[in-house]
Ligand binder design. Sequence first.
Ligand SMILES: Nc1nc2c(c(=O)[nH]1)N[C@H]1C(S)=C(S)[C@@H](COP(=O)(O)OP(=O)(O)OC[C@H]3O[C@@H](n4cnc5c(=O)[nH]c(N)nc54)[C@H](O)[C@@H]3O)O[C@H]1N2
Ligand SMILES: Nc1nc2c(c(=O)[nH]1)N[C@H]1C(S)=C(S)[C@@H](COP(=O)(O)OP(=O)(O)OC[C@H]3O[C@@H](n4cnc5c(=O)[nH]c(N)nc54)[C@H](O)[C@@H]3O)O[C@H]1N2
Ligand SMILES: [Mo]
Length: 927
Amino acid sequence: MMVTLTIDGKTIQVPEGTTVLEAAEQLGITIPTLCYHKDLSPYGGCRLCVVEVKGARTPLASCTLTVSEGMEVKTQSPGLEASRRMVLELLLSNYHDAGYAANDGRFNELEHWASAHGLDVKYLQAKAPRFEINSDPSPAIWVDLNKCILCTRCIRACAEVQGRFVWGLAERGFDSHIVAGSGEPLLEARCESCGACVAYCPTGALDNKPSVGKGKAEKVVTTTCTYCGVGCQFDLNVKDGKILRVTSNPNAPVNGMRLCVKGRYGYQFVHHPQRLTRPLVRQYLLEGKPRPAGADRGPWVEVDWDTALNLTAQKLDDARLQFGADSVGILASAKCTNEENYLMNKLARQVIGTNNIDHCARLCHSSTVAGLALAYGSGAMSNTMKDVAEQSQALFVIGSNTTEQHPVFGTMLRQAVLRRGVKLIVADPRRIDLCEFATLHLQQRPGTDIALLNGLMYIILEKGWADEAFIAERTENFDAFRENLKDYPPEKVAEITGVPVEQLYAAAEIMGTHKPMAVIWAMGITQHIVGVQNVLSLANLQMLLGNMGIPGGGVNPLRGQNNVQGACDMGGLPDVYPGYQKVTLDEARQRFEQAWGASLSPNLGMTVTEMIPAACEGKIKAMLIMGENPVMSDPDSNHVRHCLERLDFMALIEIFPSETSVYADVLLPAVTFAEKDGTFTNTERRIQRVRQAIDPIGEARPDWIILSGLAKRILQRGNRKIDASAPFAGWEYTSPAQIMDEVAAVTPIYAGVDYERLDRGESLQWPVRGKDHPGTPILHVGQFTRGRGKFHPTVHVPPADQPDGQFPMILTTGRVLYHWHGGEMTRRAETLMAIYDRPLVEISPEDAEALGVNGNRRLRLTSRRGSIEAEAWVTDRVPPGLLHANFHFPESPTNELTIAALDPISKIPDFKVTAVRVELVKEPEKV
Ligand SMILES: Nc1nc2c(c(=O)[nH]1)N[C@H]1C(S)=C(S)[C@@H](COP(=O)(O)OP(=O)(O)OC[C@H]3O[C@@H](n4cnc5c(=O)[nH]c(N)nc54)[C@H](O)[C@@H]3O)O[C@H]1N2
Ligand SMILES: Nc1nc2c(c(=O)[nH]1)N[C@H]1C(S)=C(S)[C@@H](COP(=O)(O)OP(=O)(O)OC[C@H]3O[C@@H](n4cnc5c(=O)[nH]c(N)nc54)[C@H](O)[C@@H]3O)O[C@H]1N2
Ligand SMILES: [Mo]
């Protein structure tokens, strides 16, 4: 129903339920506001937005007043002016700005409206502070209650955006103030330091602590976050070549105003003094001597770019000539842009002539890519985060610690439960934070997901909840699948998984009676020797329930790194060219041979988990690694180190001297995301711009410039035949935009992507088939990429590393909110370190007591491969018998413990189940 009203004499029609404030906004009439924010529920507290309504005796707050037919509204009058001034004067009389942040670049809404009403803030404000300035010890959030006007936007933002409920109001009247928890420091009140309260605060009472007093930005550059695959955009505020602060950009397509702690406060690594600023080469290389034997490759010498690139080109070309192109191994990078990964793929295939290219996707979602390709024909997330959060009736989160690892999407899931009452089922061996919001938590034993999923599908079939029409019309191989399920009756499944039969029935009922249901997963599913079978089981589930090809449903593997989707799309994999065109398919190979003017290898390349052992066996002689840290991230790091040590040559392109650079012979300084242009592709296949905000630090260069310099030098040596007349034979790149044009020309799913469209604000999700194709938010609509979806019978197989008398406990490994993988970046961000400064191992209260953990909390964990020490965190997040460790700190290198047992199809290692023994370290290390 539409309602007609007039505001300041102008007539407008708006839908019923619209507020007067919103209607005025549509007319271009600005009403002053303070407590109002369009993202938050209306509060009607500050009374600055009052208007006169014909027939009403007193002015009314327009932010809470809904329109009615024939309403006549005035937003300006001498009476309203006076009333607004009174409100502002009253607020100012309790407001004290000590001036420390007067130049902090924030837009202070109170001061703005006060001056707009002719009020002198300096004169009218309180003469002295009533509260301590900077009253909270949080390293992220600055609290100055003297500037608080009790608008409660922070309280609403924390609840309605972040879903955390940290802020509240305490006391009444004059003494009233905002308070964290029941009056504790923010971090103790369960603050996640996302800074949403800061982003919504109108006065700077809450501010970004690391930025207070740093002054006003000279420019603001919108770019995409460098951490996870959610793909948040934000504004880098820059002055004198330095990032001053990160602020929310309300137009960010994925996240709007939302950010997580790493997005908002994790940028400090960019300016860390340990950044690599000059190319480094080992002395022996410069002297033309043989490499010293053993692990120590001798001293580094700073050299100019020419020297470093010439040496690298020579060593890689020599290895190729002497031992064949397949003796060279190449790692692309999910931290780098699409353009850079495209060039790395071209360098491997066109310049070196090998398909030995891979990257961390192998350790991550390779099971997903392989499994979904088998079942559906395309390995990517099928839906968008928005439709999952806004249109699902049920959510099944299995093996994803979403609120810590994809935090902004995690907040969307929390809101789906809070606002829409969506049924959330979490299946995770640990009681992760999301369990607080769950209807049901299935706490299976690690490595038993196939049994669990088959058991649930057994019940769904038994109860007649399967979508028979969908199965008949869109799928194949159902009978074999159904036959296999007979082996998974609930009682047997309960025994394997440890999940009680009643819970299995309860979960199956939610799944069977709430449509659409979205399945969300990550490493808890993929990082197993049965990773592909796990994924196939989930693909089966979504076909059984008919949840594919519809909004609010789908298969939603959350890709990990900022650009792991893009690094895969760009051919950073041993079996495919850009756009998943198979290297073993003659037709695809010929296409790229013609494009690049070189004969290409028809052989499948090695995965990273194969290259490392091949280095030990002497099959891989030289490596070129860009933005990866295998010593910290690959399984069984003792073995990894031993293998890297054996390489004849390794060149590493990095922003920091990492744990892996110890094994490098050349170390080339790259720039961070803030210093370069390009694109990242997020988990939902959305291609987004990365924009240069500051000049490169020192002599560091963007990876795309480094790679093109290197490729040119190798080709100049003349040992590789290139047909220079081929359309994309050359390496004369002047901008990432130009590289993207080449990508579009050879990659059908990116065919319509160009910088002009992206910079115009178009939000493109691949496949983008042409310049006028709008992109594809949801995959598998109407039919699967492969035609019919295929059911695959799956069989429970126990994990490779079984506990026994000597190693009786199970260790599962993963991440925490505040840190990133090997920690090269987050350990160099002081705000993050101030919140989480050392590795903690989760241990159950029962196991802790059995060990006698009291006061002395340092543990030693030993597996069949190695041993580490770390501090205990006694918590019921883990059940007895299970431990959890992160791999963020080199002083507790968790991957010394893990096993390099691989899934036979995807070659992913089992990071999630390691048999260990745990002991108390008697003498804690004195620091
Ligand atoms: N803060 C932060 N965020 C990150 C990253 C980071 O390093 N730090 N890394 C990014 C990357 S690359 C990735 S891939 C993602 C990873 O994101 P996630 O996969 O969410 O993170 P993980 O901690 O690896 O593990 C996920 C969950 O799997 C559970 N799990 C363990 N064993 C099993 C099992 O057998 N079955 C099931 N169903 N679950 C199990 C664990 O208890 C854990 O809660 O995070 C991305 N985001
Ligand atoms: N035990 C255990 N191990 C795991 C996992 C687990 O769950 N448990 N998870 C696995 C998973 S899912 C993943 S994705 C891998 C991650 O493994 P990696 O990709 O090796 O981990 P990162 O630490 O993210 O490494 C990225 C490196 O790139 C550098 N860098 C950042 N930006 C740039 C840039 O623009 N250019 C260049 N050249 N370098 C840059 C950083 O300094 C960093 O050292 O770890 C895996 N390892
Ligand atoms: Mo990952």
